[in-house]
Design a protein around this ligand. Structure first.
Ligand SMILES: [Zn+2]
Length: 267
């Protein structure tokens, strides 16, 4: 009889093969190493993938990987966005209820523009928690979506809510027996995300305007300023690094079997 580890390892191998296959095939418009290929999203999708993105606040998923989410959605894949909080603490002149309601509406508008499904995890902005109960919640929410690929915050980030979101997603991935691909995205690099050197890029040149409309739906967040100060430059810089006009960078959290084999070392 298989022990628990063996069983989850086998399940993982099965699931990850599908995920890696989908990522590796450029016709799916997957994530490429170093040099993304543009314009290869088909009209006909051979396998519908479930893509999920976890962000701490309304706007984080859209700014961090809205272009990639738009491309998956445009290609006919199922995309959902899970917001850990509703941005309750964003404006000291407003009550938590008022801010939550405004920012929920903004998130819903942004998701509509990207054609993705919004979900809310019910934590509170600026007071997010990483503990057993919250991990159980995150596991349940993520498992209910059965993602093939999950995007989340890189946990080395000056914002504690971003750290929590990234670590909750990591815990859900580990708890699932690593049944889906885990990718980290960046936000406000240099100010929030730190030490992020992505090896994986997605060409977003063709969906830049769509991404921008989703970012700019977050009217309470001064999106013009955030875009000019960070994301315009980030998209173009990641584009330069990968040989296209604009790109989003990712770090794929690699499982043991995918780690590099170094010459001269046997294991
Ligand atoms: Zn945030």
């Amino acid at each position: 009889m298989m022990n628990k580890n063996e069983s989850s390892r086998r399940k993982f191998v099965k699931r990850s093969t599908a995920g890696i296959g989908a990522l590796a095939f450029s016709r799916f418009g997957g994530i490429s190493k170093g040099s993304p290929v543009s314009g290869l999203f088909p009209n006909k999708v051979e396998k519908i993938l479930h893509i999920m993105c976890v962000g701490a606040h309304p706007g984080d998923p859209e700014f961090g990987c809205g272009g990639t989410l738009a491309r998956y959605s445009d290609a006919g894949h199922h995309v959902s966005v899970l917001y850990l909080t509703r941005g309750e603490a964003g404006d000291p002149s407003k009550s938590y209820e008022e801010s939550a309601s405004l920012r929920t509406r903004e998130a819903e508008t942004a998701c509509k523009l990207l054609n993705v499904k919004p979900l809310f995890a019910g934590q509170i902005d600026a007071n997010t928690e990483l503990n057993k109960v919250r991990i159980d919640d995150m596991v349940r929410l993520i498992q209910s979506e059965k993602p093939d690929i999950l995007f989340t915050h890189w946990p080395l980030d000056t914002h504690p809510d971003h750290q929590v979101a990234g670590l909750l997603a990591f815990n859900a991935w580990a708890r699932s027996g690593e049944q889906f691909q885990l990718y980290y995205y960046e936000v406000n690099t240099g100010s929030e995300t730190m030490d992020f050197e992505p090896p994986d890029y997605v060409d977003i040149s063709g969906v830049r305007e769509k991404k921008k409309s989703a970012m700019f739906a977050h009217k309470t967040q001064n999106p013009e300023e955030i875009y000019a100060d960070f994301f315009k430059t980030m998209e173009e810089f990641r584009g330069l690094q990968s040989g296209v006009k604009a790109a989003e960078g990712f770090i794929h959290f690699k499982v043991k079997g995918e780690r590099a084999t170094l010459s001269g070392l046997q294991s």
